[in-house]
Structures are given as C-alpha cells and as structure tokens.
Ligand binder design. Structure first.
Ligand code: CA
Ligand code: CA
Ligand code: CA
Ligand code: ZN
Length: 344
C-alpha cells in the first residue's frame, strides 16, 4: 500500500463500487459447476475478488530487472501492442479471429504506453502469472472453455490490473463459452463480438468512472459520455446533444454501451446488428478521452443514413431478426488490482 494514502484507496474502491452496481455480479458459481461437469477439461476459475484491491509495484527502475529487461526481445516502443495469452490452445480459426480483433484496435490506439516490468498474477486460479518480466503494452488472458452450453452465458471480459499513472489496463481477461462460438460464426459475428469484448477490456464501460475519471455522467434515465473528443465526432456525425449512453435493457447492457436507438450499428452498442458493426471514430474519440493515444480515425460508419438499430420491441430472446443482444450474454468485469507506475 506504499504511496497510496488511505483516502486514495477509499476513493479507488468507491469508484469501483459505483461502477459495479450497474453490472451483473460475477457468476463464478455457475461457471464452476459446469466446468466440473466437463471433467475432461481443465478447471478454469477466475481468481476471487478480494476485499482490498491488490497493489503491485512496477519494478522498471529496479536495476536487476532492468538488466533482465534489456535483453528481453519484442519490446516495440513505436506503437501500442496488444498481446494475447491463450490459456488453452486455440484452434487456427480462433487464433485468426483474435489476431484480427487485436489488429482492429491497434489501428485505433496507435500510441505506445510505458512498458511494465515485474509480476502480474493471472486472472485465473492456478495459472502462472499473466506477466513475469517486461510487458509491452497490454496482455489479455484468453480462455475459451465450456461454460453452460449453447446460449445463455457467452462469457466475461474486462480489465484485471490497471496502472495508477493513467488508470488504463495493463492486464485483462476474456473468458468465453466455447459452445457459443459456432453460433457466433454462423451469424458472421464471431470477430465483431471479440472486438466488442476487447473494447470492454480496454476500458469501454469498465474504466469510464474509475478514480477521478468521470466520463459517465447525467441522470440515470439519460446518461451521457462526457469526453470531449468522442463528442466532437458524435456531433460531426450529425448526433445532437451529448453522446448518449444506454440506460435500458437491464444491468450489463445499461451504463456500459452506447445507446442502441441512436447509434444503431456502432460496434459498442449493447446489441450487435446482423451485418456490419463498425468501430467508428466516435468510439476512437472515446479511447482518446480515456487517455489512450488514439487516432482520429474509425471504420466507415454513417449515423444519419446508415443501418437502423436492432428492433428492441421483440426483446424476448437474445437473438432477434436484426441482431444479437450481446449485453445480456456478457458480464463486464471490474479491475481486481492496481499497478503503481510512476512513468507517464
Ligand atoms: Ca509498444
Ligand atoms: Ca453459453
Ligand atoms: Ca447495434
Ligand atoms: Zn458489451
């Protein structure tokens, strides 16, 4: 707890608690039961959330580790790098989809962040550390394993450890039900779903209001995103007022996505449209507002003349004629700890 005052710690947790109320609670029990039934499979359990956040110190300035890091290969200071760490061997197709998803984010977030040196524990119980050495720039632990069969739960995603210098993600987790992946592939949404979930790991809907950050604002029935850059693009696309955040359709969808009825087929709405779901410059701007070195670019998206949103009057299933209720199938995870990083 060195370097963090008690007040600071309190405000960290207050921010987390405030974020947590809008999300589904962790459904670890259900995950355990089903994992046990699949006795052939390795038991995968997310590490328990502790009462106090775990605090880790960045050892970048430690001479011994610095010496070790100097010899480390693959540090790329010229750009933002997403490293995927699969806990179980992926199929070729899974690897391809995750690589493409990371590449879509790396076209948006272009600027390097400081590397980390030290040890960050795994987000899963019984696995080796997510990081042991130098990390450039973010690592996402990916587990594709049985959860509850086709339908129901798709999975969980979010940041695990964030830097205290910028409150951005150092390590994150994507834990999905392998039984749902064929279905997503049939809908031609496998890659879009993975890009969407990676967005939550990077901070969309999960780091908006951490610590002193206050990007989710407004009354409960008309929340909006307060970041300036996202709003510049929102208005440039023809959007009026502040960029609206979803507040309907239950915990998990509400307060963690753009509003479906106005942003339509934008990727970070709570419903993925069948067809195109572009990662627009509105979302790119929101990454800049979070503090990432994001480019002012986005995939081709047309708010006024584009695809309508998903028809929400038929919302009795997770799939409608127009789209997939991704918000109802996912659980957003909040960080379990912080890494004290001094370097900006
Ligand atoms: Ca880098
Ligand atoms: Ca499932
Ligand atoms: Ca949508
Ligand atoms: Zn989502």
């Amino acid at each position: 707890m060195k370097n963090l005052t008690k007040t600071h710690r309190h405000s960290l947790w207050l921010a987390l608690a405030m974020g947590a109320f809008v999300f589904n609670s962790c459904s670890e029990d259900a995950l355990n039961v089903n994992a046990v039934q699949e006795s052939e499979q390795q038991l995968l359990t997310l590490a328990p959330r502790t009462d106090d956040p775990i605090i880790i110190k960045d050892l970048t300035d430690n001479e011994i580790l610095e010496a070790r890091a100097t010899g480390a290969a693959g540090e790329d200071r010229g750009r933002f790098n997403i490293t995927l760490k699969f806990l179980l061997p992926p199929t070729e197709r899974q690897q391809e989809v995750f690589d493409q998803a990371a590449a879509r984010w790396e076209r948006i977030i272009i600027k390097d962040v400081p590397s980390f040196t030290g040890v960050i524990p795994s987000s899963f119980t019984g696995f080796p550390p997510a990081v042991d050495g130098t990390l450039d720039d973010i690592v996402i632990e990916v587990a594709l394993a049985p959860i509850d069969g086709p339908g129901g739960i798709l999975g969980q995603a979010g940041p695990s450890f964030v830097r205290t210098s910028d409150y951005l993600t150092l390590s994150g987790v994507m834990f999905f039900d392998v039984a749902d992946l064929d279905f997503l592939e049939q809908l031609n949404l496998f890659e879009d779903v993975i890009v969407h979930e990676m967005g939550h790991v990077l901070g969309i809907g999960t780091l908006w209001n951490i610590a002193d950050r206050n990007l989710l604002q407004g009354p409960a029935d008309s929340p909006y995103f307060a970041g300036r850059k996202a709003n510049v693009f929102w208005n440039a696309e023809g959007g009026t007022g502040e960029l609206p955040i979803e507040y309907m359709y239950g915990l998990g969808t509400a307060y963690g996505h753009w509003q479906e009825s106005t942003l339509n087929n934008e990727l970070m709405t709570g419903f993925l449209n069948l067809g195109e779901n572009p990662l627009s410059r509105i979302t790119a701007g929101s990454m800049a507002d979070l503090g990432y070195g994001a480019a002012s670019v986005g995939e081709s998206y047309d708010l006024p003349r584009g695809t309508p949103g998903v028809d929400l009057s038929t919302l009795d299933a997770n799939i409608t004629a127009e789209g997939l209720n991704i918000g109802a199938m996912e659980t957003l995870l909040m960080p379990i700890g912080f890494v004290e990083t001094g370097k900006k």
